[in-house]
Design a protein around this ligand. Structure first.
Ligand code: CMP
Length: 138
């Protein structure tokens, strides 16, 4: 079990001005922020990040949305970080997200669902490296 995971505060949440509140919740939940920056992905960068979903019915919508505006990318440290961050985010579909989760509070649909989190330690390492250089991680 690794202690590092990767997160995105997606364009819907940044556009709505909720990124500060979400970062507060991340810190209150006991994560250490090891990397943080505001980026605006190109369509190609979003396609590369979500390559595992290429060919799925929602892929075009997903990469259009993720490149539609600025988002915040995060490298987060905590014991059992992958699960802890997924627990704080809640279910992918906000209609199924539990009370107290970020998606329950901030997401509007399965596509515009406020936050992303890695689904495994292996993918966390890949995703952190996709967006952060070593110099950008403390
Ligand atoms: P995320 O955790 O970023 O990983 C892949 C994303 O695809 C997911 O969150 C959703 O936002 C999106 N997604 C998954 N299923 C659907 C769907 N049926 N329709 C639209 N977007 C989806």
């Amino acid at each position: 079990m690794s202690n590092l995971t990767f997160g995105i505060i997606k364009p819907d949440a940044v556009k709505a001005g909720n990124h500060g509140k979400i970062i507060d919740r991340i810190l209150a939940a006991g994560f250490k922020i090891r990397g943080l920056k505001l980026i605006h992905q190109t369509r190609e960068e979003a396609e590369g990040f979500y390559a595992v979903h290429a060919g799925k019915g929602f892929f075009d919508e997903l990469v259009d949305f993720m490149s539609s505006g600025p988002c915040v990318v995060l490298a987060l440290e905590k014991d059992g970080a992958v699960k802890a961050w997924r627990d704080l985010m809640g279910a992918t579909n906000p209609a199924e997200a539990a009370e107290g989760t970020l998606r329950k509070e901030f997401a509007s649909s399965i596509g515009e669902n406020a936050v992303h989190g890695s689904d495994s330690d292996e993918n966390a390492a890949i995703e952190v490296a996709y967006f952060f250089s070593k110099l950008e991680l403390v």
